[in-house]
Design a protein around this ligand. Structure first.
Ligand code: AKG
Ligand code: FE2
Length: 267
């Protein structure tokens, strides 16, 4: 099975169909160069502080020779714009709303740079924390990786196993089933919570720069604690839709707070 590739402007229904069938899909041409540059510029002071581990520990989730920063909604308005991208939201509507009638939420935000010499990341599934559900698990997560630079097989493009979202838990991927999601800067790779994937090894001289944004059902615990990463004093000034998607709102009876009328910030 291959990674389907579609271009921006393709109907949301066709993108959703490809993602459903393969468990992954690349959509090209979704972010402009200006927006990519804005993300990099806004995050640069935070990336500069990221510690790059030189001695790789093979059991660590994140390989050495990589750089990461989170809390993107607080740190980068340009990344906040990506969180609300219409293609992403339409995929969340399709895959998450049936299991989460009061809405979905941002689950993780991070900029991930893979440096020369970095090893391959351990293949994993984004929904691995939700062990309560038996395999194959229901749709809990939609994930996206935004290519800020070109993603090539030799500079650490995300590795993905098409079709693995429907596999039994124990089935291991063979090498020929693991594909590099090569895509030009400005593209996005989408995958489902059950699809096996991980960052590729970087055998080239340049750093691969990607922004991962994942979304989950509104009644699950978020992987990134948005209330700490985007505290009320920051959330108050965000566009309402962005504040809502990071969790400053009620999900039915869940999430009230004594300070807000319905679990939302007073504005
Ligand atoms: O960096 C990548 O290509 C993948 C990262 C990833 O899968 C993760 O952080 O969960
Ligand atoms: Fe992942």
């Amino acid at each position: 099975m291959n990674i389907p590739e579609l271009s921006a402007g393709t109907s949301p229904a066709l993108i959703a169909q490809a993602l459903d069938e393969a468990g992954c899909v690349v959509v090209t041409g979704l972010i402009s160069e200006d927006d990519r540059n804005a993300v990099r510029t806004e995050l640069a002071p935070h990336m500069a502080k990221a510690r790059v581990v030189q001695d790789d520990d093979p059991s660590e989730f994140y390989p050495g020779l990589t750089r990461r920063t989170s809390a993107l909604v607080a740190r980068s308005p340009a990344a906040g714009k990506l969180v609300l991208d219409q293609t992403s939201l339409s995929l969340c509507d399709h895959f998450l709303t049936p299991n989460s009638e009061y809405g979905y939420q941002l689950h993780v935000s991070a900029a991930l740079e893979v440096g020369p010499g970095a090893r391959r990341q351990i293949l994993h599934r984004e929904h691995d924390s939700f062990t309560f559900f038996d395999h194959p698990r229901p749709n809990l997560i939609v994930a996206s990786m935004w290519a800020v630079t070109d993603f090539r097989a030799d500079n650490g493009a995300t590795l993905i196993v098409p079709g693995s979202h429907r596999w039994p838990e124990r089935r291991q991927a063979t090498e020929d089933e693991i594909l590099a999601a090569e895509m030009p800067a400005g593209s996005v790779l989408y995958w489902l919570g059950g699809t096996l994937h991980g960052a590729g090894a970087n055998t080239a001289d340049d750093w691969r720069y990607g922004v991962i944004l994942t979304y989950s059902l509104g009644w699950l615990r978020q992987e990134e604690n948005q209330y700490l990463d985007v505290p009320p004093a920051v959330a108050r000034d965000l566009p309402e839709e962005l504040r809502h998607i990071i969790g400053y709102r009620m999900y039915d009876a869940l999430g009230f707070s004594s300070d807000g009328e319905v679990g939302e910030l007073p504005v």
